[in-house]
Design a protein around this ligand. Structure first.
Ligand SMILES: *Cc1c(COP(=O)(O)O)cnc(C)c1O
Length: 358
């Protein structure tokens, strides 16, 4: 009976499945290996001990956090919405703009939420392919052609792209924003902290541009579920129409603002991870049978012969990386998150052992 009540579009969905087995080294979810700095932990503890007011609802507009983000980005707080992870913002955007039959254009392979949120909202998800044979590179003209053909309400660009790691050059992104004036262009910059590029300044010029950022990756706060959007005031007001009340817990608002005020430490961590990414990329490329894709993020996509076998053997050794099952666009590809120097070295050693002893 229950089965028949489920909307037909949703029946084939599979709940998100994260590997929850015990592990030694976890490099499968693009998390930061750096926990909250001890000075910040102390502050958080004091906040809880003094007067956390957890009996009260949080500030429904996250005003202090948005003001802090506004000064960080040199924009007004009216340009910012905070979400329970940028995941929630992707859902809200679909709920605001997508009506039954409306289209959403998104890259493939990329982050799964663009498609899922569209389908849940009753829309039609249309992908544009990033070719493995072309190193998954973006092409503005290809997106613009799809825009003219499909007339989507929303166009997603993920840069650097998850899981491929490549950037779409800034001028190419802006070309799309300029050409596709009847769509919202969402640029997901979840990993842009590792690449030093952003299109945020362009929100002042283009009303249809919305950028997504998150505290979950470079800022090391995946546990607090906090992300945000930056866009023109007009677009921000529109997205805010469907934001649930009190969507960010007071503890999350406090912790996010706290880390934002200790930005030097985050910058040091980012520099460390970028250096490690370059070291690991070179080492991986030396192993026979592994192709390494250039990355501007905190992870590296590799193509490995017998990837299933390699994946299983790494799991047996307690090392988790991300595999992509039977996805034809990512055949034999796996994604490795950059961890600490020690973690990365263990991974490299184990990979060498596996690749040369089979
Ligand atoms: C991790 C990730 C996000 C967001 O994560 P939240 O934790 O929900 O903020 C968004 N987009 C991409 C491409 C990601 O990889």
């Amino acid at each position: 009976m229950i089965e028949e009540l489920i909307r037909t579009e949703i029946r084939s969905f599979i709940p998100y499945n994260a590997n929850q087995q015990p592990y030694k080294i976890k490099l499968d979810a693009n998390e930061s290996p750096f926990n909250l700095p001890s000075a910040a932990r102390k502050k958080l503890a004091e906040y809880v001990l003094e007067d956390p007011r957890l009996n009260m609802y949080p500030d429904t507009d996250s005003i202090q956090l948005r003001e802090a983000l506004g000064s960080y980005w040199n924009v007004d707080k009216e340009n910012i919405i905070v979400g329970t992870g940028s995941d929630q913002l992707i859902q809200i955007i679909a709920n605001v703009f997508v009506e039954k039959g409306d289209k959403v254009l998104y890259p493939a392979p990329s982050f799964g939420m663009y498609k899922d949120s569209c389908i849940v909202a009753g829309g039609k998800a249309v992908d544009y392919i990033l070719d493995q044979s072309n190193n998954f590179s973006y092409c503005a003209d290809k997106i613009i052609q799809a825009y003219e053909r499909e007339k989507p309400k929303i166009i997603y660009i993920c840069s650097p792209n998850n899981p491929t790691g490549n950037l779409m050059p800034q001028d190419e992104i802006i070309k799309v924003v300029k050409a596709c004036t009847k769509s919202i262009v969402v640029v997901d910059e979840a990993y842009a902290d590792f690449s030093d590029t952003t299109v945020t300044p362009y929100i002042k010029e283009y009303e249809n541009l919305l950028i997504l950022r998150t505290f979950s990756k470079a800022f090391g706060l995946a546990g607090i579920r906090c992300g945000y959007s930056i866009a023109s005031e007009k677009l921000t007001r529109a997205v805010n129409l469907a934001r649930p009340p009190y969507n960010i817990s007071s503890l999350s608002q406090y912790a996010a603002a706290l880390v934002l005020s200790n930005i030097d430490e985050i910058k040091t961590n980012i520099k460390y991870l970028v250096e490690e990414r370059e070291r690991v990329s070179l080492k991986l490329a030396e192993i026979d049978g592994i192709k390494v894709y250039a990355s501007a993020a905190n992870f590296i996509l590799v193509k490995i012969q017998n990837s299933k076998d390699v994946y299983t053997k790494l799991c047996e050794r307690g090392i988790f990386i991300r595999a992509f099952g039977s996805s034809p666009l990512l055949s034999d590809c796996m994604r490795i998150t950059i961890g600490t120097h020690e973690q990365n070295s263990v991974l490299l050693d184990e990979l060498c052992t596996i690749c040369y002893n089979k």
